[in-house]
Design a binder for this molecule. Structure first.
Ligand code: 5AD
Ligand code: SF4
Length: 443
């Protein structure tokens, strides 16, 4: 049986789909990049904002049409929309035969075998578990140079706009022994860079009543793994960024000078109604403390425009904080009501037109900062981990795409018939493009 997998949303979903891929391949299912060829589809969904959720519905409407030629075709829907909409999928899209939430993922391979045997069966795996659901890994022979390792599931913060605590459930930290075992195994299999993943990694272990090590300690332990070259983590909540974590930025050899630290808004009133539990000046203090231990830190963020009650002055404050920090890049979104979250009841709503206007202004300002930050890299030396041949290959020359320590994309020209994937090259940055850098190999 062949399957086609589609993934929306955050890196947790990408990592979950990766696990599913490896498991299904080890069971003899064949992955196809071609929708026409698929006997079944797996759609891993995101409901964090309105747009990705709408995309899922129109996608399922389209995929359903493959049943006309191949009546046995069916779909499995997982992730946050599945958790939220649940069994309603079976009514709205009868060709959906499996829905699974994040805690149900581990049971999907076995469920697929049951679906194959009984064509009348539909299965729902939407239950929550109160412990991190461990799952067996089936690694392929060849792994890429980078890997993601989940360290927790869910979130306890209940920011007013956010659906995640409802779809992914309460925070459940994975045991540090399991995390370290997985990291060591990946490095033994040739992985050079590990990104620790969680909705709010800084509060790692806090759900374990003192029985688990802190996030800072976990970073220290992973850093000690022989032959690991680079360590990153995402996502962090500013309110939980402890002095210990700030300190390790200046100390650990493998920890990359890069941090994604969602600000969401620069207005203290809006931060308060969002329930973020920090002020803009607290955020700026954090940035200063981080930059004092790690001056080269590449800082990225998430911002929401048009949260209920956001005035022009509030919005201006967001722009002010952006100018004070100078983010390397940012993900910015128009606020959208999500079902059941606190802010959906908050008034007054900002008009769609105003949200569009603010998003435009914000994104233009960020473009300027992105350009400035990239230009400031020109003339510098950096270590670039090569990920793949570059799409920007010019005729007759070879070039490679990689990332510097700050996580910026660097295209490196190098005429070599060897496969350079996974190599770390010392590079001089020679040019800044709109969203990437160009470099030359020093040696
Ligand atoms: N509307 C707009 N953006 C949202 N995000 C989360 N919920 C919403 C919402 N209801 C954004 C936040 C978060 C990112 C993953 O998505 O900026 O950090
Ligand atoms: Fe959502 Fe806030 Fe949790 Fe992030 S920290 S997942 S924004 S509730």
């Amino acid at each position: 049986m062949k399957y086609h997998i589609l993934t929306f949303g955050c890196q947790m979903n990408v990592a979950d789909s990766g696990w599913l891929d490896r498991s299904l391949t080890s069971m003899g299912y064949e992955k196809t990049p071609d929708e026409d060829q698929a006997d079944f589809f797996i759609v891993n969904t995101c409901s964090v904002r309105e747009k990705p959720e709408q995309k899922v519905y129109s996608l399922l409407g389209r995929l359903k049409e493959f049943q006309e030629k191949k009546p046995w075709v069916f779909a499995c829907v997982g992730g946050c929309v599945a958790q939220q909409v649940g069994n309603f999928f079976f009514q709205r899209f009868p060709f959906v035969r499996l829905v699974f939430g994040t805690d149900g993922l581990a049971m999907v391979p076995a469920a697929l075998q049951r679906l194959e045997k009984d064509e009348h069966l539909k299965i729902s795996l939407l239950d929550f578990q109160d412990l991190y659901p461990e799952r067996t890994n089936h690694w392929p022979d060849k792994l890429g140079p980078q890997a993601f390792v989940n360290i927790m599931q869910g979130c306890d913060n209940f920011c007013a706009y956010c659906i995640v605590p409802y779809t992914r459930g309460r925070q459940k930290s994975r045991s540090s022994a399991e995390i370290l075992r997985e990291c060591r195994e990946l490095v033994d299999r040739g992985v050079k860079e590990i990104t620790l993943l969680g909705q709010n990694v800084n509060s790692y272990g806090q759900d374990k009543d003192g029985q688990e090590i802190s996030f800072a300690r976990l970073l220290r332990e992973v850093d000690r793994i022989n032959d690991l070259k680079r360590l990153r983590f995402t996502t962090s909540h500013p309110k939980d960024m402890s002095p210990e974590v700030i300190k390790v930025f200046g100390e650990l050899e493998t920890l990359c000078p890069q941090l994604h630290l969602p600000l969401q808004s620069g207005s203290d009133d809006i931060l308060k109604s969002m329930g973020r539990k920090y002020t803009s000046s607290k955020y700026l203090d954090l940035v200063e403390a981080l930059r004092s231990v790690c001056p080269d830190l590449a800082l990225t963020t998430d911002l929401i425009v048009g949260f209920p009650g956001e005035t022009d002055t509030d919005f201006q404050q967001t722009l002010n904080v952006m100018n004070k920090v100078g983010f390397d890049s940012c993900f910015s979104f128009k606020y959208s009501d999500r079902p059941g979250v606190r802010s959906s009841l908050m008034q007054p709503k900002v008009s769609e037109q105003e949200k569009t206007l603010r998003l435009d202004i914000l994104q233009q300002l960020q473009e300027e900062w992105t350009r400035k930050r990239l230009e400031s890299r020109v003339g510098r030396k950096d270590l670039v981990l090569i990920e793949a041949p570059s799409k920007m290959q010019k005729a007759g020359t070879r070039s490679w795409k990689g990332r510097d320590l700050g996580g910026r994309v660097v295209n490196v020209g190098l005429d070599s018939s060897d496969d350079l994937t996974g190599k770390i090259l010392e590079v001089a940055v020679i040019r800044a493009k709109k969203h990437s850098l160009e470099g030359e190999v020093i040696r």
